[in-house]
Design a binder for this molecule. Structure first.
Ligand SMILES: O=C(O)CCC(=O)C(=O)O
Length: 263
């Protein structure tokens, strides 16, 4: 892992806190890029649907090696200003050429039984731009205090139907796509090894892949940082439940292992 973050750590941290998202260039070296690309091809061959490729890090292999040994946990801790980071889960997003569907606007954390600060990292394994599926974000939306209702998606990430329809903790999400001109929307072109770091409550979306030649392989790892707690009355992801934790406990356990520092 290169050491890009240490130089401007306070600046990155304050940008992250204000916007809820930063794009940090040149974080992964060639070794880790190859490890992840190889691991992704093995997974792609299994033919699992887009969003469902997750928790690969639980099995030994390239994803697990990356999560535990690449130094990504320290970068997350530095960015968040946290003494430790624990691992929530990993997920891969391969947008193959010709995938017209956008990933719908959503926020992540309302799906998960976790309160407090969560940071996702999304690592580009190909050149990424608006033509092959760059992510888009609404900076600052992580701090609006909204918990948007989760929904199911189709094979490619487009809206299907709402979940938890009667649960008053959630509100409906505005139609950001229809009203794009009313929001500040940011997006970055990325090179392999660049990473996005973003808050669990930021509104984000992704373009389809309109190219006929350029895949868009992304690998996301979600981390808990200081202040994150187990909150099982939130979320629609029973696969993230942890019977060893009680509501309000810090998100540190055998399921959510510390990967950097000490809690
Ligand atoms: O890569 C994508 O298309 C979507 C990624 C995403 O929504 C996420 O990592 O939370």
């Amino acid at each position: 892992m290169s050491n890009q973050l240490t130089k401007d750590v306070l600046e990155w941290r304050s940008d992250y806190k204000r916007d809820g998202v930063v794009m940090i260039p040149k974080v992964l070296n060639d070794h880790w890029l190859e490890v992840l690309r190889e691991a992704i091809e093995v997974q792609v061959a299994k033919g699992i649907r887009y969003f469902a490729n997750r928790n690969m890090r639980m099995e030994s292999g390239g994803f697990q090696d990356f999560c535990l040994h690449s130094g990504i946990g320290r970068i997350v801790a530095d960015l968040a200003g946290s003494p430790f980071t624990s691992l929530i889960f990993d997920q891969m997003f391969v947008k193959e050429v010709g995938t017209k569907t956008r990933t719908g606007w959503h926020t992540d954390q309302p799906y998960w039984p976790i309160g407090g600060p969560i940071m996702s990292t999304w690592i580009a394994l190909d050149h990424v731009d608006a033509d092959n599926g760059a992510l888009e974000f609404i900076p600052g939306s992580h701090a609006w205090g909204k918990k948007y209702r989760p929904f199911t998606t189709d094979e490619l990430g487009a809206f299907k139907e709402y979940l938890a329809v009667d649960d008053p903790q959630y509100c409906d999400m505005p139609d950001f796509e229809a009203d794009r001109d009313q929001y500040k929307i940011v997006s970055w072109d990325m090179e392999p090894g660049d990473i996005l770091a973003f808050d669990g409550f930021i509104a984000h979306s992704a373009h389809g892949n309109r190219t006929s030649t350029r895949r868009r392989r992304g690998y996301a790892v979600r981390f808990a940082v200081d202040g994150a707690v187990y909150q099982p009355d939130q979320g629609v992801a029973p696969w993230l439940n942890d019977k060893t934790l009680s509501p309000g406990d810090r998100l540190v356990s055998a399921t959510f292992p510390i990967v950097y520092g000490a809690a």
